[in-house]
Design a protein around this ligand. Structure first.
Ligand SMILES: NC(=O)c1ccc[n+]([C@@H]2O[C@H](COP(=O)([O-])OP(=O)(O)OC[C@H]3O[C@@H](n4cnc5c(N)ncnc54)[C@H](OP(=O)(O)O)[C@@H]3O)[C@@H](O)[C@H]2O)c1
Length: 298
């Protein structure tokens, strides 16, 4: 089968599309014929050797956490899913024609493989950090970096829960944020004042790692009301850095429910062929993805 691997940490050109042995579904796992694989910033961070604590890597290694496809092997002890089912979920080495998933759910009706591959990691992250920051219905949440994959998920889950959101994004994404129910403002020079003029905020999420932790503490008045997923300096300001994944099966069940109720849609910014993984990483690393990027397989 075709698979993207890297044999050394480094720039996108360390990625190679090779012929590799197929993986097989061990106990508690399923194998899918991958139709689409989600591209997350974690993927290029792993390729660069940035996050080895959270994601230990043995070289040569495959890449990719998220995928959608058709089940073609069901491991021992797995129930409720059969060969031929269309599923989406999380696993390992999903930039490939076949991949083993450790968590999955049946694909909601009407969703394409391309769309479905974009949800698992961002929804796990969004649900985790909304829980950790402790924001409730009727409160106001500030989201720094609201237009990307995680931001798109946070805004829509918050809207469903009756949480008002103020989101920051570039000028080109102001209407996008409004379409997801948020009050939008731009980041950059003067952004703290612009947010202040919009009223008090009860809690804040840093999704962009743009060096704004001190500002978020000032705007909320309490470091305990701020969570970051992107700024490793957050703890120096008394702010929680969230890096340990929560329950993916629960996140997938919530995703299916929200999509079925018409409350969640994460757009695909652009899709690429499997051979275009390096281009997808370059574009993702540029830091202006609206929604999710996806590799189309097969
Ligand atoms: N710790 C964890 O568990 C965890 C989990 C998932 C992701 N992450 C990290 O969280 C970050 C976000 O992930 P993602 O998947 O949402 O990324 P993404 O899809 O690449 O989105 C990045 C977004 O950041 C916005 N942005 C760029 N510069 C900004 C600035 N100065 N201020 C505010 N927003 C800015 C962009 O909006 P514009 O296009 O409008 O500029 C873009 O939409 C990444 O660094 C990722 O590695 C961490």
């Amino acid at each position: 089968m075709k698979k993207v691997i890297f044999a050394e940490f480094g720039d996108p050109d360390v990625l190679h599309l090779i012929d590799a042995d197929e993986p097989h579904a061990g106990p508690g796992r399923i194998r899918i014929a991958v139709r689409a694989a989600g591209v997350n910033p974690a993927d290029w961070r792993i390729r660069e050797g940035q996050v080895l604590g959270a994601h230990p890597v043995e070289l040569p290694s495959g890449l990719g956490l998220d995928a959608a496809g058709v089940v073609d092997e069901v491991g021992e002890g797995v129930h409720g899913v059969a060969v031929g089912d269309r599923v989406f979920g999380e696993g390992a080495n999903t930039y490939a024609e076949f991949a083993v998933l450790s968590a999955w759910a049946a694909m909601p009706d009407g969703l394409t493989f391309e769309e479905a591959a974009g949800y698992p990691s961002v929804m796990e992250t969004a649900l985790r950090i909304l829980h950790e920051v402790g924001v409730r219905s009727g409160q106001r949440l500030l989201v720094s970096g609201a237009a990307g994959g995680v931001g798109s998920a946070v805004l829509q889950v918050a809207r469903d829960r009756g949480i008002a959101v103020v989101g920051t994004a570039g000028a080109a994404n102001q209407d996008y944020l409004r379409g997801l129910g948020a009050t939008a403002t731009t980041y950059g020079e003067g952004w703290v004042e612009r947010v202040r003029r919009l009223g008090r905020v009860d809690a804040a999420l840093d999704l962009a790692g743009a060096g704004v932790i001190r500002d978020l503490v000032e705007l909320t008045g309490d470091p305990a009301r701020v969570v970051s997923i992107a700024d490793l300096d957050a703890p120096a300001h008394g702010v929680r850095f969230s890096g340990v994944a929560g329950s993916v099966p629960r996140a997938l069940a919530t995703t299916v429910d929200l999509i079925a109720r018409g409350r969640l849609h994460i757009p695909v910014a652009r899709s690429y062929p499997l051979a275009g993984a390096a281009a997808a990483h370059i574009d993702s690393r540029a830091g202006h993805t609206r929604g999710r990027r996806v590799l189309l397989v097969g």
